[in-house]
Design a protein around this ligand. Sequence first.
Ligand code: URA
Length: 204
Amino acid sequence: AAGEREERKHPATFGEIGDAIAACRDCAIATCGTRAVAGEGKVDAALMIVGEQPGDHEGKAGRPFIGPAGQMLDEHLERAGIDRAAAYVTNAVKHFKFSWRGKRRLHQSPTAKEIDTCRWWLEAERAVVKPRVVVALGASAARGLIGKTVSVSQARGKAIPLEDGSELWVTVHPSYLLRLDGKARVEQAALFANDLAAIRARLT
Ligand code: URA
């Protein structure tokens, strides 16, 4: 149970974390038959990028941010001069939460409780990687990192100190940009680019 788990030490390696996440059944999402998606990237990355939860593509492939949101993220990272290969990329929740619409699996947002239950794994990853800079893509990711709900519009654009001495930057989720059209998408993409430029400046 989650209570007992708090007493346990985090696994020490990516391999152990990945195996343990795959076996985790601490919330209802994990029991619905999707594949767990642990983070991936450099073991000693200075930058950790945290999303909400794997999507349909990610749940099938077992890798984070490889579908449409991942492509949007990759384009913006490249434009900002942030090397994804040098970062560690993960999610606040390690399983895809969905409902069936015909044969399609439709994204459902994780609850605060599900994010809080999965937070132990995010902390396990942080304890191994020890990033200096952590980016939360959207409010679910921010909750996974600080354990409370924040408004992205109020939290973005500044460093928020985390208890281990690293700094958190909150920005929007790339899926949010994908849901916008026309002028709104251009405006929000520019704000996202601003946030990434500020984060890039903290990495040198
Ligand atoms: N959205 C996320 O938040 N994470 C992924 O890995 C993919 C889509």
